[in-house]
Design a protein around this ligand. Structure first.
Ligand code: NAD
Length: 310
C-alpha cells in the first residue's frame, strides 16, 4: 500500500488520491488509529502516512514506517508527531497550515460573545416557565472590549480580522513576530508584552504551540494577573492552562467565563473537576473541525501528497 490514512479524511480527497494512484494504492480506515497492531503492520511498506491528531507518529510506530517519505497531518500542531525524528529519517512532515484557521477563529468569536453575554444557557428554565430575565439582564457586549491574543500566527491573525469587524480592540503578544511585520498594522493590532496583555484584555485567547515555554503558561499566578471578569479561551493545546487554577478562578468570580477545547489527556477522562463551574464551555477538540475545514484540510493534504509523489 503506497498511502495509509489512519484517521478521518474527507472522502472526496481520498477519492482523488485513489484516482491518481489507483484504488489498490490507498488504505483508508478512519478507525485504524484504534488498532495499533494493524496500524503498525499497515504502515510497513507505505510511502505516505496520513494522520489527524490521535495517531502518535513516534517510537515503535515510526520505526515501523520503514519506507515512508511523507507524513501528512490533517491539521496543524505537530505535538503528535516526532518531527525531528521524521526529519532525521528523511521523511517530510506536511501539516495543513491555515486550512482550519477560520474554523478556530469563528469558535473564538462565537464563544467570546456567548461567554461575555452569559445569556444562552436558559433554555430549560425558560421552557419551565421560570423566566430568568432579571438574572440575565447584565450580560456584556463584545464591541468595544479588548481581545488579547497570545500567539499572533495564522489563527491569531485571522481571529483579529474577525474581531475587528465586531469593533473589538486588539492587543497581541508574540515576541517572535517582529514589530516591522505588516500584520500588526494591517489588522490594527497593538504589539504588547505578556504582562500588558494580561492587564488590558477582556477576552484572552491562546494561539501558541505546546512548547516548554508555553506549558502551564496560564497558571494560578498569571490567571490572578488577568482583568477581573475576563474571559479565557483555549483552543491551542492542553497543558497550557492549569485546569485546577482555571476552575478556582471561575468559582471565585475572578474570571467571568472560559471556553476550553483542548486537554492534557484527550479524550478527557470522566472527572468532577469542572463540576459546578459557572459560565464554562467545554468542547471535545472541535474548534478547528467543521464541515468546510475538513474539506479544506483534506484537499490541501491530498494536493501535497500528489505533488510529493509526482
Ligand atoms: P502558527 O504557527 O501560525 O502561530 C503560532 C504563533 O505562536 C507563532 O507566531 C509563534 O511565534 C507564536 N509563539 C510561539 N511561542 C510563543 C510564546 N511563548 N508566546 C507567544 N507567542 C508564541 O500556528 P497557528 O496555525 O496559529 O496555530 C496555533 C495553535 O493552535 C497550534 O499550535 C495548534 O496547537 C492549535 N490548533 C488547535 C486547533 C483545534 O481544533 N483546537 C486547530 C488548529 C490549531
Amino acid at each position: 500500500m503506497r498511502i495509509v490514512i489512519s484517521e478521518f479524511m474527507d472522502e472526496v480527497a481520498v477519492d482523488r488520491l485513489r484516482a491518481t494512484f489507483g484504488n489498490d494504492a490507498v488504505l483508508y480506515d478512519a478507525k485504524l488509529v484504534d488498532r495499533p497492531d494493524d496500524m503498525a503492520a499497515a504502515v510497513a511498506d507505505c510511502e505516505v502516512f496520513i494522520v489527524r491528531n490521535r495517531t502518535q507518529v513516534r517510537g515503535a510506530l515510526l520505526d515501523a514506517c520503514k519506507a515512508a517519505k511523507v507524513i501528512g497531518r490533517l491539521g496543524v500542531g505537530l505535538d503528535n508527531i516526532d518531527a525531528p525524528a521524521c526529519e532525521a529519517r528523511g521523511m517530510k512532515v506536511i501539516p495543513a497550515t491555515g486550512a482550519n484557521a477560520l474554523a478556530v477563529a469563528e469558535y473564538v468569536i462565537g464563544t467570546a460573545m456567548a461567554l461575555r453575554r452569559a445569556s444562552y444557557q436558559s433554555t430549560y428554565d425558560v421552557a419551565a416557565g421560570k423566566w430568568p430575565r432579571n438574572q440575565l439582564s447584565s450580560g456584556r457586549e463584545t464591541a468595544g472590549s479588548t481581545l488579547g491574543l497570545v500567539g499572533f500566527g495564522s489563527i491569531g491573525q485571522l481571529t483579529a480580522e474577525l474581531a475587528r469587524g465586531l469593533g473589538m480592540n486588539i492587543v497581541a503578544y508574540d515576541p517572535a513576530l517582529p514589530e516591522t511585520h505588516t500584520a500588526w498594522n494591517e489588522l490594527g493590532a497593538k504589539r504588547v508584552t505578556f504582562d500588558e496583555l494580561l492587564a488590558q484584555a477582556d477576552v484572552v485567547s491562546l494561539h501558541v504551540p505546546l512548547l516548554e515555554s508555553t506549558k502551564n503558561l496560564f497558571n494560578a499566578e498569571r490567571i490572578a494577573r488577568m482583568k477581573a471578569g475576563a474571559v479565557l479561551i483555549n483552543t491551542s493545546r492542553g497543558g497550557i492552562v492549569d485546569d485546577a487554577a482555571l476552575v478556582a478562578a471561575l468559582k471565585s468570580g475572578k474570571l467571568g467565563g472560559a471556553a476550553i477545547d483542548v486537554f492534557t489527556q484527550e479524550p478527557l477522562p470522566a472527572s468532577d473537576i469542572f463540576a459546578g463551574c459557572p459560565n464554562l464551555i467545554l468542547t471535545p477538540h472541535i474548534a478547528g473541525v467543521t464541515f468546510e475545514a475538513n474539506v479544506r484540510v483534506s484537499s490541501m493534504i491530498a494536493d501535497a501528497v500528489i505533488k510529493a509523489l509526482a
